[in-house]
Design a protein around this ligand. Structure first.
Ligand code: FAD
Ligand code: NAG
Ligand code: NAG
Ligand code: NAG
Ligand code: NAG
Ligand code: NAG
Ligand code: NAG
Ligand code: NAG
Ligand code: NAG
Ligand code: NAG
Length: 537
């Protein structure tokens, strides 16, 4: 487990590279100039390419680099910077970037929305290029057939908006935060408030366009079912650049209902959270997704309490929802006044915290408030007892107000019906809920970062007995390098990669390795947590 302050691993990597390969440092102009010429030669008739190439000499470089970085821990002058940022406006430019990067030994980090928790889409210890898909974000909704093609650079907010323009009875199961990029999100699974009804985003993908390691453009038919399986949850930056996805849209009623109900310890939060574990996944209808957000707060009397927010989406009207809650969870005391009826598209801004704003907020790629953060994930298969809940509350209360939060996301429903091997994402039947452990902060000092990271690691240690074991599972879209990393040189051992690999993919890890070995044996597409090919062991 890494115990250093943030960035240290990247700085270390840079140092090792410089020591081992001094020619990169001393002759860096040449490979870079060759790379640039390669782009130019291959795209002679493409006048837009010069507008798509940003080097540190361009004024645009910093703003293009920084704009989509969500985790402020990695938005610092001493973070490793790319030699080039390429923002293709055409798929052929993606193919050329792959060809030229490979030829001139530059690593590629592809970026769609930039939400990677550990910054892997824009940081590398090796000389690298960011292939930023921000300008490839076309969305074509075919409401009649209930399908859509969406390019990877689109955000889920843009996708929701375009669906909403065409239909009031279609939706798509994807993330709660509108600025999340489709490219990374679908590559790691992707879930939101319709998880229990329709599963993950990746469960609803029916075709894709992928540029492979040779720069060849493949669709589902030409890539074959193994690669098509792997890209639906097997992690980004591993099998190729997914340029575009064809998705199956899902039916939603004209009116859905949302609520957010707060209960503190004085309002029986402990027994409510305890009971929630027995109904949220197993008993409630698939149409109801009720998650719990937990944190501590200083009361007016100076006493610290626990706040449990029960936040839910019901795919139906309030009267029905009140019946369901009255019979399954009367203790919560949900009232008609708590319930907000709205179209599904409005529910996307409600859960994103933008109620009352125009729907166009979904198109705003900068609407998310950036912060410093470290998040981790866990899966729970046995309900947590009340005495253990009390122990958890002590941790939340002991931390500064709000410094430690948890989000409990119920599983069950559709998630339990899909087999563990249908796509690489393995966390299906048997999981009651997933925990997201969070600490986020605004003070950028090294001391504060160290304190927060140490806090969440200790808390994660405390939670070990109460969550999944062998492996202690994790969600790849909640990327966490504490659970294991590849080394920079591609000579990662099977044992080393399988540590983090089985946590994210369980028994699907081996099939992912086989697919990777077939499609990218030289491990060109790689990062600290990409599935390695057999040849690199
Ligand atoms: C504020 C916030 C809210 C979130 N909310 C949710 C949520 O509600 N539900 C949920 O499931 N997750 C959520 N996440 C996690 C999110 O799903 C992941 O961080 C996801 O990987 C982000 O995708 P991206 O394109 O924005 O990120 P990026 O950082 O661009 O990419 C993430 C990874 O995918 C790779 N990648 C990017 N584009 C491509 C591509 N076109 N082809 C292949 N690989 C690619 C990158 O190299 C990187 O390894 C949230 C994250 C944040 C920061
Ligand atoms: C970056 O600078 C080069 C050289 O001046 C120029 O050709 C290119 O168009 C610039 N890129 C952008 C995006 O402006
Ligand atoms: C790029 O140019 C080289 C040499 O001219 C050529 O061999 C290669 O096929 C081209 N690649 C692409 C993707 O256009
Ligand atoms: C479904 O898609 C096909 C092919 O694009 C199109 O011809 C047809 O009109 C669509 N059906 C409906 C109901 O829109
Ligand atoms: C808390 O639970 C007890 C017993 O289950 C009940 O009597 C009491 O009314 C509840 N309090 C609140 C505020 O719901
Ligand atoms: C605050 O905490 C003290 C000590 O636990 C307790 O005696 C008191 O009743 C609490 N105040 C309120 C308003 O709950
Ligand atoms: C949906 O949201 C939009 C934008 O905030 C708002 O104008 C509209 O009144 C909302 N519709 C309903 C039925 O709540
Ligand atoms: C997008 O949202 C951010 C943050 O709320 C805001 O500052 C910015 O003005 C918005 N941009 C547009 C184009 O509305
Ligand atoms: C940030 O944290 C450091 C160390 O914990 C502290 O010294 C400093 O005063 C803090 N800065 C702000 C603005 O709170
Ligand atoms: C990996 O490869 C690098 C570079 O060749 C070498 O220095 C290092 O010792 C290798 N590590 C292992 C674990 O084999």
């Amino acid at each position: 487990m890494e115990i250093n302050v943030p960035f240290s691993r990247f700085q270390l990597c840079c140092l090792v590279i410089l020591l081992c390969f001094p020619y990169i440092a001393f002759a860096s102009g040449n490979p870079h100039e060759n790379f640039r010429q390669c782009l130019t030669v291959n795209l002679t008739k493409d006048t837009s390419i010069s507008q798509a190439v940003h080097t540190p000499a361009n004024l645009s470089y910093s703003s293009v680099l920084d704009v989509s970085i969500q985790n402020l821990r990695f938005l610092t002058p001493d973070a490793p910077k790319p030699s080039f940022i390429i923002t293709p406006v055409d798929v052929s430019q993606v193919q050329t970037v792959i060809y030229c990067s490979r030829k001139y030994g530059l690593q590629v980090r592809m970026r769609s929305g930039g939400h990677d928790y550990e910054g892997l889409s824009y940081l590398s210890g090796s000389p690298f290029v960011i292939l930023d898909l921000v300008n490839l974000r076309a969305i074509t909704v075919d409401a009649g057939n209930a399908t859509a093609w969406v390019q990877s650079g689109a955000t889920v907010g843009e996708l929701y908006y375009r669906i909403g323009e065409k239909s009031t009875t279609l939706g798509f199961p994807a993330g709660v935060c509108p600025t999340v990029g489709v490219g990374g999100h679908f590559s790691g699974g992707g879930y939101g408030m319709m998880l229990r009804k329709y599963g993950l985003s990746a469960d609803n993908i029916i075709d894709a366009q992928v540029a492979d390691v040779n720069g060849k453009l493949l669709d589902r038919k030409s890539m074959g079912e193994d690669l098509f399986w792997a890209i639906r949850g097997g992690g980004g930056n591993t099998f190729g650049v997914v340029v575009s996805w064809k998705i199956r849209l899902v039916p939603v009623p004209e009116t859905v209902t949302g609520f957010t109900v707060l209960r503190t310890l004085h309002q029986n939060a402990t027994s409510l959270v305890h009971k929630w574990q027995f109904i949220a996944a197993e008993e409630l209808p698939h149409e109801l997704y009720m998650r719990v957000i937990l944190q501590s707060r200083n009361g007016a009397d100076g006493n610290r309490t626990i706040e449990a927010f029960f936040e839910a989406l019901y795919l139906g009207e309030a009267d029905e929802l009140l019946d369901v809650m009255g019979s399954s969870f009367p203790e919560l005391g949900l009232t008609r006044e708590d319930c907000i009826e709205m179209p599904w598209i409005n529910s996307t801004i409600y859960f994103a915290g933008f109620s009352g704003q125009p729907l166009e907020i979904l198109l705003n790629r900068s609407s998310n408030t950036k912060s410093y953060f470290k998040y981790k994930s866990d899966y729970v298969k046995e309900p947590i007892s009340e005495p253990v809940l009390e122990e958890i509350w002590k941790w939340l209360i002991k931390a500064d107000q709000g410094a430690l939060q948890m989000i409990w996301n119920p599983y069950g429903g559709r998630m339990s019906e899909i087999s563990e091997s249908a796509i690489p994402f393995p966390h299906r039947a048997g999981n009651i809920f997933k925990i997201q452990h969070l600490t986020s902060w605004t003070n950028g000092s090294v001391e504060e970062s160290a304190k927060r990271i140490s806090l969440i690691r200790s808390f994660y240690g405390f939670m070990a007995p109460f969550v999944s074991k062998s492996p202690r599972s994790a969600y790849i879209n909640y990327r966490d390098l504490d659970i294991g990393m590849n080394n920079e040189f591609g000579n990662t051992s099977y044992g080393q990669a399988s540590i983090w690999g089985t946590k994210y993919f369980n028994r699907n890890f081996d099939r992912l390795v086989r697919v990777k070995t077939a499609v990218d044996p030289s491990n060109f597409f790689r990062n600290e947590q990409s599935v390695p090919p057999l040849t690199s062991w």
